[in-house]
Design a binder for this molecule. Structure first.
Ligand code: ZN
Ligand code: MN
Length: 475
């Protein structure tokens, strides 16, 4: 019997918070600053005697994230020193949180959340300049949120990789909605680490490996798949003992993970509360209800509302959830088309036709009134869908009334069977070979003739009516 393997994933996600100043000093928090070491001061450069001051806004941002993931906002919280020695951390310790994080518990996508805490980012090491390394301290001390999930066991490797990616995407979306982080993965504003293990026993976890350097959603998915595959093969070959607890990196060019170092335990960091910073009672220091009430509609709530109010496809809903300004525009269209049964059609035209046009050229959203008029015309069969697409392509460049365009260009659909019959006769006469094919049983030949009528009428003929006329004439 084939053995079953249970993949388990836990995630640690860091996100730089969008604040005016750094976490513990008044230096500017500017991720776009290109000159090195300009946003620095004695506090973030660890000069002796310099004292940190807590950035209240950063804490407020983490509280917002806590509410958004249904977590519990702690009453008591404090900052700790995480001691380690590396040039990107001039104090010799990072100010982080250990025992009392700002947020505990919660859930998002397929994962339960353990905690969300606040710390300071490290400086940027640059090793690509030659025989030396450079350090840019602009990033050192920037507020950094860390979210840790529980280890979640999945049914198979595919689901594990997809589930982790979905979580990261959903978190990024929430950070955008809350306005607390740009969370751009390419810029390193959001960084994902995955704790990965495989077990043959669903009740027991295997040895876990931590994979770092995941700088895109695609890397998250591929690295998890690669690592699960590597571990499963080792177990299958009877070499399960070769899986050791370690930190591995992801090499994007080789599409492989590689061993970096054996993992430190938390004891190695000698955490202890930072004596320079006050301890906080969040319920006293912040108006938590006011923060909660200030949150705008979050993705999950928006999805449910779009489904209930508009009954549109999940794919369409995702488009709007990921581009809220387009979603708001769609909602305005839906207001005009309310109770007409045309909202779904309007959404099709937005998510396929409009987005297609926009990808190609400088298409801009037309006014909702003109767009709704176009939807009315096509759903009432006053223009064909072919003409609707053409008119849409015009109004996204020059915003005009579709009725005006269609009547000026003579594109209003003729269901006038008398006129269509004349055109059909003409086309039948001109296409003896196609007619013979049709009569010989080739159904396809009929569509060619319908096409000819559409061409002759510049697309204004109703295709269904044209087809029926042809069938009748060719009986
Ligand atoms: Zn500073
Ligand atoms: Mn961290």
């Amino acid at each position: 019997m084939e053995k079953k393997y249970y993949p388990t994933i836990g995630l640690e996600i860091h996100a730089e918070l969008k604040t005016q100043t750094k976490m513990f000093c008044a230096c500017k928090n500017d991720p776009d600053e290109e000159n090195p070491n300009v946003n620095v001061c004695p506090v973030c450069m660890a000069h002796p005697g310099a004292l940190p001051v807590i950035n209240k806004k950063a804490i407020e941002n983490v509280i917002k994230v806590g509410f958004a993931v249904n977590g519990k906002i702690s009453d008591f919280t404090e900052f700790d020193r995480k001691n380690y020695f590396y040039p990107d951390i001039p104090k010799g310790y990072q100010i982080s949180q250990y025992k009392y994080p700002i947020v505990s518990g919660g859930n998002l996508a397929d994962f339960d959340i353990t905690r969300v805490h606040l710390e300071e980012d490290t400086a940027n090491n640059k090793h690509d300049r030659g025989d030396f390394s450079l350090i840019d301290f602009n990033r050192g001390g920037v507020p950094l949120m860390e979210l840790v999930t529980e280890a979640m066991t999945f049914q198979n490797d595919e689901e594990a990789a997809k589930g982790a990616t979905k979580f990261a995407k959903e978190l990024q979306l929430i950070l955008w909605y809350l306005g607390v982080s740009e969370a751009n993965m390419e810029k390193g504003e959001m960084r994902v680490e995955a704790n990965i293990s495989v077990s043959t026993d669903p009740k027991k976890l295997g040895t876990k490996v931590e994979v770092k350097n995941l700088n895109s959603f695609r890397s998250v998915e591929r690295a998890i798949k690669y690592e699960l595959d590597r571990m499963t093969k080792l177990i299958e070959e009877g070499k399960g003992s070769e899986i050791v607890q370690e930190t591995r990196g992801w090499d994007d060019s080789k599409q492989k993970t590689f061993s970096q170092r054996k993992k430190e335990g938390s004891a190695d960091y000698r955490y202890f509360p930072d004596p320079d910073l006050p301890k906080l009672k969040l319920h006293e220091a912040f108006d938590l209800d006011a923060i909660k009430n200030s949150l705008q509609e979050l993705p999950q709530v928006k999805r449910a509302r779009y489904k209930k109010d508009f009954g549109i496809k999940d794919e369409d809903i995702e488009v709007y959830v990921n581009e809220p300004s387009l979603g708001m525009w769609f909602e305005e269209v839906a207001k005009i088309l309310k109770d007409t049964g045309k909202i779904k059609v309007s959404s099709n035209y937005i998510t396929t036709d409009f987005i297609g046009l926009r990808a190609k050229s400088g298409a801009k959203l037309p006014s909702v009134v003109n767009f709704a008029e176009l939807i009315n015309l096509v759903s009432e069969n006053k223009i064909s869908s072919r003409v609707a697409k053409d008119v849409l392509a015009m109004i996204v460049i020059k915003d005009e009334s579709p009725i005006k365009i269609a009547s000026e260009k003579n594109l209003l659909q003729s269901s006038d069977t008398g006129a269509l019959k004349e055109i059909a006769k003409k086309i039948i006469d001109a296409s003896p070979k196609v007619v013979a094919d049709y009569k010989g049983g080739k159904e396809q030949a009929l569509m060619f003739l319908v096409g000819q009528i559409m061409k002759e009428t510049k697309g204004s003929a109703n295709p269904a009516i044209s087809k029926q006329i042809l069938i009748d004439l060719l009986k």
